[in-house]
Design a protein around this ligand. Structure first.
Ligand SMILES: [Fe+2]
Ligand SMILES: [Fe+2]
Length: 227
């Protein structure tokens, strides 16, 4: 679990009044996207897909800052809804769909198709722009199986989805999915992510995630744990 509260105040003084409220780079989930999340979350409550979606949303938001030509009203709903189709696959079969050395392409296609169908209902209920909705559904239908990006919006969704694997939460999750230690998960995800991204921003972020996790796996770093 990510540390959210301090374990100590080694300085011994209160510095909280010097902490800015809204510095650049800190992302909120609110408004339209919070409403979409409310609908998506119950459909994502399997194999940590809900937390995966939040982190992928945050990554997509950061990538959008570098791509003014992309459409946030397409990219952000698409990333929030891209995996809701897993809710229609038996939970015990979800991991067999994506396991290394195995894979069930039929289940991957099923979660894409079902995700697109369910997203149409959610976006329709929320009154999302019909033209945007159509492009969101095209992105969801094929987000894993389609090798090429349909355009910059699709590329950012694919890159955010994939880059998550190398994030701290992504590696935590993959370790438990497949019973791997952190170094194994890092090597597996590095092989599956680097060389498979569409944008320079995602490539840089993915490389940085791998670099930080490399240091965490070093014997020299682990020898410092508990100090
Ligand atoms: Fe997916
Ligand atoms: Fe995903």
């Amino acid at each position: 679990m990510t540390k959210l509260q301090p374990l100590a105040n080694q300085y011994g003084h209160d510095v909280s009044t010097h902490v800015p409220d809204h510095p650049g780079g800190v992302i909120a989930l609110q408004g339209r996207d919070a409403a979409i999340w409310e609908q998506a979350a119950p459909l994502l409550a399997v194999r940590d897909n809900d937390a995966h979606t939040l982190y992928a949303y945050a990554l997509a938001t950061s990538f959008l800052a570098a791509h003014p030509e992309a459409e946030p009203a397409i990219v952000l709903p698409a990333i929030l809804l891209h995996d809701i189709g897993w809710s229609q696959v038996p939970p015990e079969e979800v991991l067999s769909a994506i396991a290394p050395g195995g894979g069930r392409p039929d289940l991957v296609l099923l979660h894409e198709k079902e995700g697109s169908r369910l997203a149409a209902g959610i976006l329709g209920d929320l009154g999302h722009d019909a033209g945007h909705t159509q492009r969101i559904l095209e992105i969801i239908d094929g987000h894993d199986s389609r090798r090429e990006a349909l355009g910059i919006d699709d590329a950012l969704v694919k890159d955010a989805d994939k880059t998550w694997r190398l994030s701290p939460h992504g590696l935590d999750t993959v370790m438990d999915w497949f019973g791997l230690d952190r170094g194994q998960a890092l090597r597996l995800c590095s092989a599956r992510v680097h060389g498979h991204l569409f944008t320079d921003e995602a490539r840089a972020v993915a490389r940085a995630f791998s670099a930080v996790e490399s240091a965490s796996a070093w014997d020299q770093r682990r020898a410092l744990t508990g100090r």
